[in-house]
Design a protein around this ligand. Structure first.
Ligand SMILES: *Cc1c(COP(=O)(O)O)cnc(C)c1O
Ligand code: SF4
Length: 348
């Protein structure tokens, strides 16, 4: 569901965050012009734009530095020629989701947890994301009124946590989210709800009265895992959104991806963890990049990643140090990078 020009009726019913989402910038040349970077147009890849369009909310662009071609937020969204490089090992299903899918948008590769691919939509298109190749249209949990997903969860008493992922689950309208949780209320083995969303960072207006009302009324402890990769992604509007979420008791965590040219320095990583904490968000995961085609220029080698992680651990209190992990196809959870680098998984 890509938001297009609405009919007059849709326009009247649209919430403010939906209007802001629709007004996101899609033209890379317009984005560069907004930043006074017209001279950088030669770096744009139109082939990359066709494969995975640019999409960046205007409020997120406002946090980019004017005139800086190396801005860490710009780098996350601008489709550039580097994406056209074909690099061995960077493929289309980097995390093995095709094999783990049980149908109907439910992924059952984590013990005790069901991960729902709620929707394929996002408010921002991150160039490093595995979503750029994922065949979402075939397989989202919300598609059939959640019925199949709810039936799968209800039938498996070992599932204690439901994770809403995507795409971005908070790109769904409040009534669509409420439809799911209304059905899940009757499932006795659910103890926790978790939402993975980048929207509270890139479009904090999403955290509006309707969303807070839905969240505040849920019967389970609820965790929101946001996704910010750089301290500059936080501003007053994000702080305000986080404060409202905390105010109704939502636990806030952040996951980041280690990205070359964005946050691959000790100062940048430490600033991200500390700035997040000021907003009320604790660091959770620092992911090694999923090896998706078109994202090789973002990769940071494992040795360097471990070095950076050790350096922030030496500088920050333990609770501000994220776990450095990699997603490995077929593994029942995240793999800490030390193990992955040693290439040995101990037999239990
Ligand atoms: C890893 C992962 C999870 C679940 O893993 P936890 O270790 O329980 O956090 C859920 N959603 C996404 C998108 C993940 O990458
Ligand atoms: S799923 Fe997350 S990382 Fe991927 S494009 Fe959407 S917001 Fe970005």
């Amino acid at each position: 569901m890509i938001p297009v020009a609405p009919t007059p009726l849709q326009h009247a019913l649209e919430t403010r965050w939906q209007a802001l989402w629709r007004q996101a910038v899609r033209d890379p040349r317009e984005l560069l012009a907004m930043l006074g970077l017209e001279s950088q147009a030669k770096r744009i890849s139109d082939a990359a734009v066709r494969q995975f369009p640019l999409r960046a909310p205007r409020g997120f662009i406002a946090r980019m530095r004017h005139g800086d071609p190396h801005d860490p937020l710009l780098r996350q969204v601008l489709p550039i020629l580097d994406e056209e490089r074909i690099v061995p090992g960077f493929g289309l299903d980097a995390v093995g989701d095709a094999a783990a899918r049980s149908g109907h948008g439910v992924i059952r590769k984590y013990n005790g947890r069901a991960l729902l691919i709620a929707t394929g939509s996002c408010a921002v298109n991150c160039r490093y994301c595995f979503r750029r190749h994922y065949p979402y249209a075939e397989d989202t949990a919300a598609a059939g009124g959640w019925r199949e997903a709810v039936a799968l969860i209800a039938a498996d008493a070992s599932i204690h946590e439901v994770i809403l992922s995507g795409g971005d689950p908070l790109s769904l309208a409040d009534h669509k989210l409420a439809e799911l949780t209304a059905a899940l209320r009757d499932v006795p083995h659910i103890r926790r709800l978790r939402i993975h969303s980048r929207l509270p960072i890139v479009l904090p207006e999403r955290v509006d009265g309707g969303l807070l009302e839905w969240l505040g009324d849920l019967p389970w402890p609820t965790t929101l895992v946001v996704h910010a990769n750089h301290a500059n992604e936080f501003d007053d509007s994000v702080d305000a959104a986080m404060a409202k979420l905390r105010g109704i008791g939502v636990v806030l965590l952040n996951q980041s991806v280690l990205l070359r040219g964005v946050n691959d320095g000790v100062d940048a990583l430490a600033a991200l963890c500390e700035r997040g904490f000021e907003a009320g968000v604790l660091p959770y995961y620092l992911h090694q990049l999923d090896r998706v085609a078109g994202a090789a220029h973002f990769e940071v080698g494992d040795a360097r990643a471990l070095e950076l992680h050790a350096a922030i651990a030496a500088r920050l209190p333990g609770y501000l140090v994220p776990r450095l992990v990699r997603e490995i196809a077929g593994q029942p959870g995240k793999t800490p990078l030390v193990l992955a680098a040693a290439d040995t998984v101990p037999a239990v």
